[in-house]
Design a protein around this ligand. Structure first.
Ligand SMILES: Cc1cc2nc3c(=O)[nH]c(=O)nc-3n(C[C@H](O)[C@H](O)[C@H](O)COP(=O)(O)O)c2cc1C
Ligand code: SF4
Ligand code: SF4
Length: 278
């Protein structure tokens, strides 16, 4: 069997999912790559043919597929399209996310031929509270590239499409999680919730004089929560706390200093490894 193009579909406010997806598609060796970037907008109604390979990459928020990603996938469907499902998470856990993506993909005409979980720098990570800082790193990207080439080998070795399907994503290995670190995290979360410490609903501009009103955060915000000319204000009802605005602000004017960052940095130091299933 063969495929003559790839659709790389992703939602990626802080670019880690995009990086992983690009490394996978690069590993397949497919030259004709059609990027479908859902970060800033809904895709046009798109039907991906069976002659294309679909690679869907989304970040994990609270153990689920980021809700805005799920919403923006809605216009896309396949026609028995061979598909790779990937979730990217910040070294804590991905819980139900991969299964949710599978539950979306199958009735939308995608045939799952492979799946993976990768680690990306946590959106809340800072120099003070590093969480999976710098990931995906070279090792992750090499693994993503190798995964891409294995996907291609699998497609080429299949004598008919039905030999490729249906990979059971639930059988993917979960990465090892040190038990006491998890227990410490749960205990600290309970303590934090009981303490009534206010949790910020959005990033904010700490030092107003640093903001040059360049508008970069406006154009990078996936949710339309910041308005040009009013960059010091963030609409809490729209904000998804993705931290794209924090990471893109080269004046360091925007911060998201949530108490969760210190907890995550303390309890999830041990770096998890990507897992794949083919
Ligand atoms: C609101 C929110 C919730 C998150 N929840 C989780 C989580 O449950 N588990 C985890 O390991 N990482 C979690 N993360 C971290 C992201 O999954 C991780 O940083 C991912 O690499 C972001 O993808 P992107 O760079 O493509 O935006 C969360 C991030 C945000 C913004
Ligand atoms: S990116 Fe930073 S400097 Fe530019 S408008 Fe936004 S907060 Fe201000
Ligand atoms: S304002 Fe909220 S939704 Fe918009 S980029 Fe910043 S964190 Fe993300």
């Amino acid at each position: 069997m063969t495929v003559n193009e790839a659709h790389l579909i992703y939602f990626s406010p802080t670019h880690t999912s995009k990086q992983v997806g690009e490394a996978i598609v690069c590993g397949t060796g497919i030259k004709n790559v059609i990027p479908v970037d859902l970060t800033l907008q809904m895709a046009e109604k798109t039907v991906i043919p069976a002659s294309s390979l679909a690679i869907i990459v989304v970040p994990v928020y609270g153990g689920h597929v980021a809700p805005l990603a799920m919403e923006r996938l809605e216009n896309i469907c396949g026609l028995d399209t061979p598909t790779v499902l990937v979730v990217v998470y910040g070294n804590r856990a991905y819980e139900k996310a991969l299964i949710e993506l599978d539950t979306f993909a199958i009735p939308h005409g995608f045939k799952i031929i492979a799946g993976a979980t990768f680690i990306g720098e946590h959106s809340y990570s800072t120099d003070k509270n590093p969480i999976a800082q710098g990931r995906p790193d070279d090792m992750d990207l090499n693994l993503a590239n190798e995964f891409g080439s294995k996907i291609m080998e699998k497609i080429q070795a299949a004598i008919s499409p039905d030999k490729l399907y249906q990979v059971d994503i639930r059988a993917i290995r979960r990465p090892a999680q040190p038990f006491f670190a998890l227990l410490r995290f749960l205990w600290k979360v309970i303590k934090l919730r009981k303490s009534d410490t206010p949790l910020p609903r959005t990033p904010w501009v700490e030092e107003e004089s640093l903001c040059t009103h360049c508008g970069l955060c406006v154009t990078r915000c996936p949710a339309g929560a910041i308005i040009k000319g009013d960059e010091l204000h963030t609409d809490a009802d729209k904000c998804i706390k993705c931290c794209a605005c924090v990471k893109c602000c080269n004046k360091n004017a925007r911060v998201y200093d949530t108490p969760f960052a210190a907890l995550l940095a303390d309890c999830f130091k041990k770096q998890k490894l990507p897992q794949t299933i083919l």
